[in-house]
Design a protein around this ligand. Structure first.
Ligand code: O2Y
Ligand code: MN
Length: 595
C-alpha cells in the first residue's frame, strides 16, 4: 500500500478503476522525481529548455491555444441547495454533477500515468494549514504543484495523521472546451476538473482548494480564506506590521506584494517583506488578533507588464528555476512578454515566427511559476506556523473617477461594506471591454465557494468582544485627471499610502471624517511633489457621485435577497443619509468635475 490511510488508498483505487491509467505514481516531492518529470516533459515536447546561460533551469510550456485561462462559465459550485451556492456561483446539484463529470473521466487516463500528489496548503507545521491530494494525468501540473504547494512525503505524513484532506481529481482529457468542467463539492471537500491543463483550472491547490473549498470550510470553522496578498512593512524602528490586501485582476496585486519603497524611504530604513501575493488564510488568535498564513509556496504570476519599473523583485526571481507558460521567446531563447523591454521577440506564444499582425507575442494571460523563496523580498515569516498578525486589511479597485486614493472605514461593519461594495473597471487584457465597472466583492467574485450573503454575514461575525480586528482601508491607485493621465505615481510610491495607513494603525495621525469614511488630512499624506489640484481630486469626496454609487451598491445587494445581511443594508442607508445631509462643496465639485 502506498499510503497508511485506507480512505486515501480506496479513493485512488476508485479513481484508477474509473480513469484506467497505464500506471500510478505516488509523488514524494524529491529532487530525483523532479528531474525525472522534467526529462519526460522535455522528451515529449511539453517543456522547452530556455537559454541555460541567462535562465538556468527555466522552461517554457505552451498550452493548447484553446486552453489559456480560467473558465468561469464552466466552473460550478455543487451544493445540495442552490441557494447555498448563491447568485455569485454557477450551480449544479451534486446528484447531477457527479455522473456528468464522471462520464468524462471514464477511461480518460488510458495510456497515461496517473500521478497522486499529496500537498499541504501552508507551512507543514502550521495549525492554520490544510492538506489535499490531487490526482492528475498531467506531469506539467505535478511540476507546478511542486512549486506552488508543499508537495510530497511530508504532506502525505500530515494527511495520514489528520485523516482529513481535500480530494481533487483532474484530467486534461482531450483539452476540448466543449468537454470541460471545473466542479467543486464543498460539502464533500472535493473537486473534479476535466478538460483543461491550465493554471487555476488544473493546479487544484490554488483557486479550487485554497479559495472555493477553503472559504466554505472556513465559514464552518470560524476563519477566513481570502483572495489577498500579505506584505510586511518594516519601519525605521525595526517594527514590522502586516497588511492583507484584496484587489480584482489588473490592479497590480503582485507588484504591491513585492513593492520596493522609493529611495527616500529606503534611506530612512523602511523595508517591505513579501509573505504572499494572492491568497491569505486568517484565523483569530487567542490574543484576539487575526493571524494569517499564505497557503501557497510559490507564485503563478501574470507575465505581461512585469518589468524593471513595475516589479524589479519579480524580474530578479525569474532568472532561474522557473516555468514559463505561453510567453514569447527572443532569438537566443530567453522568455519575453509585452512590457518587459524594447527587444523584439523571435517566436510568439504559439511557437510561430513573431508577426505583430498575429497579436501580442506573449499571451495576455501568460504566466511564470516560481518558488516564493526566490523573491528578494521573501521573508522567513512566511514559514512561521503561527502566521503573522494582520494590522490592516486593504480593499482596492481600478476606478478612473469618484473613488479617492485612500480612505479608512469607520469600524468593522463599515469595513465589511467597503469590501462587499468593491468594484473595478475592466481592462482590455481582462475582457476586451474597457472601462466597464464590475462589482467584485472582496475580489472573491470568481472564488467564493458559497452564497455571498452568507459570506458577508460570516465576515460580520468576526466583530466580537475581545477581538483586536485590523483597521480596514480602501485604495484606488488608478484615479485619472481630465487629461486622462493617472493622478498618482503608483508602483513603489504606493508606499506613501501604506505609510499613512500604518500611522493610522499606530494612532499617530488624525483623519478627516466624511460620509464615505476617514480620509488623510492635507499634509498628512506624503504627496508634496504631486500637484495640489491632483491631491484635491485624489482626496476629494464627490457627494453627488457617491449618492449614485450608493444607489448602485444597494441595487447590487438586492440580488442577494433574504441572505443579504441587514447590517450592511443599514450601513448603506447610514452613508446615504450622511451624503444627503452634506452639500456638494467646492472641493467635492472639483472632485466630480473630472469624473
Ligand atoms: O488564468 C489562470 O488560470 C490564472 S488566474 C490567477 C493566477 C494567479 C493569481 N491569481 C489569479 C486570478 O485569477 O486571480
Ligand atoms: Mn488571484
Amino acid at each position: 500500500m502506498p499510503s497508511q490511510l485506507a480512505t486515501l488508498n480506496d479513493w485512488v483505487d476508485d479513481v484508477a478503476r474509473l480513469t484506467q491509467p497505464e500506471r500510478i505514481h505516488w509523488c514524494d516531492g524529491s529532487e530525483q522525481e523532479r528531474q525525472a518529470l522534467l526529462e519526460l516533459m522535455l522528451a515529449s515536447g511539453d517543456l522547452l529548455a530556455l537559454n541555460p546561460d541567462t535562465h538556468p533551469d527555466c522552461y517554457l510550456h505552451r498550452s493548447s491555444p484553446s486552453d489559456v485561462a480560467r473558465v468561469e462559465h464552466l466552473t460550478f459550485v455543487c451544493t445540495s441547495e442552490r441557494e447555498d451556492a448563491g447568485p455569485n456561483n454557477n450551480w449544479m446539484a451534486p446528484a447531477d454533477a457527479h455522473p456528468k463529470i464522471d462520464a468524462l473521466f471514464a477511461g480518460s487516463m488510458r495510456g497515461r500515468t496517473m500521478y497522486v500528489v499529496p500537498y499541504c496548503m501552508g507551512p507543514i507545521g502550521s495549525p492554520i494549514s490544510r492538506c489535499g491530494v490531487e490526482i492528475t494525468d498531467s506531469p506539467y501540473v505535478v511540476a507546478n504543484m511542486r512549486i506552488m504547494t508543499r508537495m510530497g512525503s511530508a504532506a502525505l505524513a500530515r494527511i495520514e495523521r489528520e485523516e482529513r484532506f481535500v480530494k481533487g481529481l483532474h484530467s486534461i482529457g482531450e483539452l476540448d472546451p466543449e468537454r470541460r468542467f471545473i466542479m467543486h463539492f464543498p460539502e464533500e471537500l472535493s473537486i473534479k476538473s476535466y478538460g483543461s491543463g491550465y493554471g487555476g483550472n488544473a493546479l487544484l491547490g490554488k483557486k479550487c482548494h485554497a479559495l472555493r473549498i477553503a472559504s466554505h470550510q472556513a465559514r464552518s470553522e470560524g476563519w477566513l480564506a481570502e483572495h489577498m496578498l500579505i506584505v510586511g512593512i518594516e519601519n525605521p524602528q525595526g517594527e514590522t506590521r502586516y497588511v492583507a490586501a484584496a484587489f480584482p485582476s489588473a490592479c497590480g496585486k503582485t507588484n504591491l506584494a513585492m513593492l520596493i519603497p522609493p529611495e527616500g524611504y529606503r534611506a530612512a530604513g523602511w523595508k517591505v517583506w513579501t509573505v504572499g501575493d494572492d491568497i491569505c488564510w486568517m484565523q483569530p488568535g487567542e490574543d484576539g488578533q487575526l493571524w494569517a498564513i499564505n497557503p501557497e509556496a510559490g507564485y503563478f504570476g501574470v507575465a505581461p507588464g512585469t518589468s524593471q519599473k513595475t516589479n524589479p523583485n519579480a524580474l530578479a526571481m525569474l532568472t532561474r528555476d522557473a516555468i514559463f507558460t505561453n510567453v514569447a521567446l527572443t532569438a537566443d531563447n530567453q522568455p519575453w512578454w509585452e512590457g518587459l523591454d524594447e527587444r523584439v521577440p523571435a517566436t510568439d506564444w504559439q511557437g510561430r515566427d513573431y508577426d505583430p499582425a498575429n497579436g501580442p507575442a506573449a499571451h495576455p494571460n501568460s504566466r511564470f511559476t516560481v518558488s516564493a523563496r526566490q523573491c528578494p523580498s521573501w521573508t522567513p515569516k512566511a514559514e512561521e506556523p503561527a502566521g503573522v498578525p494582520i494590522s490592516a486589511i486593504v480593499f482596492g479597485g481600478r476606478r478612473a473617477s469618484l473613488v479617492p486614493l485612500v480612505f479608512e472605514a469607520r469600524d468593522w461593519t463599515h469595513g465589511v461594506l467597503v469590501g462587499a461594495a468593491m468594484a473595478s473597471e475592466t481592462t482590455a487584457a481582462a475582457t476586451g471591454a474597457v472601462g466597464v465597472v464590475r462589482r467584485d466583492p472582496m475580489a472573491m467574485k470568481p472564488f467564493c465557494g458559497y452564497n455571498f450573503g452568507d459570506y458577508w454575514n460570516h465576515w460580520l461575525s468576526f466583530d466580537q468582544p475581545g477581538r483586536k480586528l485590523p483597521k480596514v482601508f480602501h485604495v484606488n491607485w488608478f484615479r485619472k485627471g481630465a487629461d486622462g493621465q493617472f493622478l498618482w505615481p503608483g508602483f513603489g510610491d504606493n508606499m506613501r499610502v501604506l505609510e499613512w495607513m500604518l500611522r493610522r494603525v499606530e494612532g499617530s495621525v488624525e483623519a478627516a471624517e466624511t460620509p464615505i469614511g476617514l480620509l488623510p488630512q492635507p499634509g498628512d499624506l506624503n504627496a508634496d511633489d504631486v500637484a495640489p489640484e491632483a491631491v484635491d481630486l485624489l482626496l476629494g469626496v464627490d457627494t453627488d457621485g457617491w449618492r449614485e454609487e450608493l444607489a448602485a451598491i444597494a441595487a447590487y445587494f438586492d440580488g442577494y435577497g433574504e441572505r443579504m445581511p441587514q447590517a450592511l443594508l443599514a450601513e448603506c442607508e447610514r452613508i446615504s443619509a450622511a451624503l444627503e445631509a452634506r452639500p456638494q462643496t467646492a472641493q467635492s465639485r472639483r472632485a466630480s468635475s473630472h469624473a
